[in-house]
Write a protein that binds this ligand. Structure first.
Ligand code: F2R
Ligand code: MG
Ligand code: MG
Length: 364
């Protein structure tokens, strides 16, 4: 009996994991957002969610909750579009939703350059991918905007893996035509998907890293589908083309975990910036590192710990915490996220509704 109930606690239901993924993503965004611009306080980590709320409490008093940013606004568009299109990615519909969402709420802290693409989606376009191709003199954006919103695409059966990779690529290409922009989206999508389908009781960190490396070695290889999409003027000096940025960082995971590297070293080696290649690896690493206790973070809740760790990395805090939260939520389920926490973060109710609708499409 006791063993059975312990196993239930260890292995959340698939529905709970879909909910955890989208609620984890919005929570990471909401909790990380106050520090995205001003930087985290000069200390190593946040001790616990309670101390985090205490420290930041005065800043949010007026609103009584943490607002979500562009990360969640765009993630919700993807989820809604997938739901309306029965689990399939419809680029034209998604572009339209991005355009409407931006017009409706432009002050969610969007990336400086993606705004012109979002505005173009409100016009009649023959090719919805064209505005993104024109970005940065044709080299396309390598911002993390594709990766920060991709979680709903990952919430599909294991048998749909190849279809999922293509959907992730297409969802990114609407705004991010740079090789590193859409490869980061694919990596984040795979990390969420693998976490969703991993058994917490038998989880193998090395196997998880090796599987992601296997996918990215294929994506970053010359002649890969990703390489074929790349523009001829996709300049590698700007962090652009087949530079192996993802495989290089994934190969650092095992040594960093082995030596239990200091958080500042992790940020320096993996990145904590607005570019996809300098933020997606940090989010995945946050999930892996926080499966076990971290010195300086007293929280015994691994999902909470993951989000606090990701914010403590500093830099692009909302986005790294949102991506880490999506992976951790897909792994641990929604239960570790307390009712208080859910009320504190704007939009967790919509995340639950969308997760349920996606569950019904793919798994009912
Ligand atoms: N934008 C922010 N935060 C800063 C400003 C917040 C707000 N405006 C305020 O002032 O309070 N956060 C959000 O942006 C990131 C996602 O950005 P996305 O969607 O990728 O946008 P974009 O514009 O495509 O790229 C972002 C920047 O990356 C640099 N960049 C990208 N590609 C480049 C290239 N090929 N060459 C040179 N630079 C490139 C540019 O600086 C872009 O502006 C998330 O953090 C989200 O939370
Ligand atoms: Mg944001
Ligand atoms: Mg951000």
């Amino acid at each position: 009996m006791i063993r059975g109930s312990m196993a239930m606690a260890l292995t959340p239901t698939l529905r709970s994991r879909l909910q955890g993924c989208l609620v984890g993503a919005v929570s990471g965004d909401c909790l990380g957002a106050p520090y995205e611009i001003c930087g985290v306080p000069p200390k190593d980590t946040f001790g616990s969610l309670t101390t985090f709320f205490e420290q930041i409490g005065t800043e949010i008093k007026e609103k009584d909750y943490f607002r979500y940013t562009d990360d969640t606004a765009m993630c919700r568009c993807i989820a809604e579009s997938l739901i309306e299109n029965k689990g399939n990615l419809n680029s034209e519909d998604l572009a339209k939703k991005f355009g409407i969402e931006y017009t409706h709420a432009p002050n969610r802290g969007y990336g400086a350059n993606v705004i012109s693409v979002l505005k173009a989606f409100n016009k009649d376009l023959d090719d919805v991918f064209e505005p993104a191709r024109m970005q940065f003199k044709g080299s396309g954006s390598y911002g993390n905007g594709g990766a920060m919103r991709v979680a709903p695409v990952a919430l599909c059966p294991e048998a749909d893996f190849d279809k999922m990779i293509e959907a992730a690529r297409q969802s990114a290409l609407l705004t991010h035509s740079n090789f590193n922009g859409y490869c980061g989206t694919i990596l984040q999508c795979c990390a969420v998907h693998l976490a969703l389908h991993s058994d917490p009781a038998t989880f193998d960190t090395d196997a998880f890293i090796d599987r992601l490396l296997e996918v990215m070695e294929k994506e970053e290889a010359p002649g890969s589908p990703a390489a074929k999409v790349s523009r001829p003027n996709n300049d590698s000096t700007a962090g652009g083309t087949q530079s192996g940025e993802y495989c290089r960082r994934l190969r650092l995971f095992k040594p960093l975990l082995e030596e239990d590297a200091d958080i500042k070293k992790v940020a320096a080696e993996l990145g904590n910036e607005i570019s996809a290649h300098k933020s997606v690896p940090a989010a995945i690493y946050s999930f892996l590192r926080c499966r076990t206790p971290v010195e300086g973070i007293s929280s015994s809740n691994a999902l909470e710990r993951t989000i606090l760790y990701a914010i403590s990395l500093d830099g692009d805090t909302d986005t790294i915490a949102s991506m880490a939260g999506a992976i951790a939520g897909a792994f641990y389920g929604v239960e570790p996220i307390s009712a208080d926490w859910r009320t504190m973060c704007e939009g967790t109710d919509v995340a639950i509704r969308q997760a349920d609708a996606i569950y019904d499409i793919h798994f009912l």
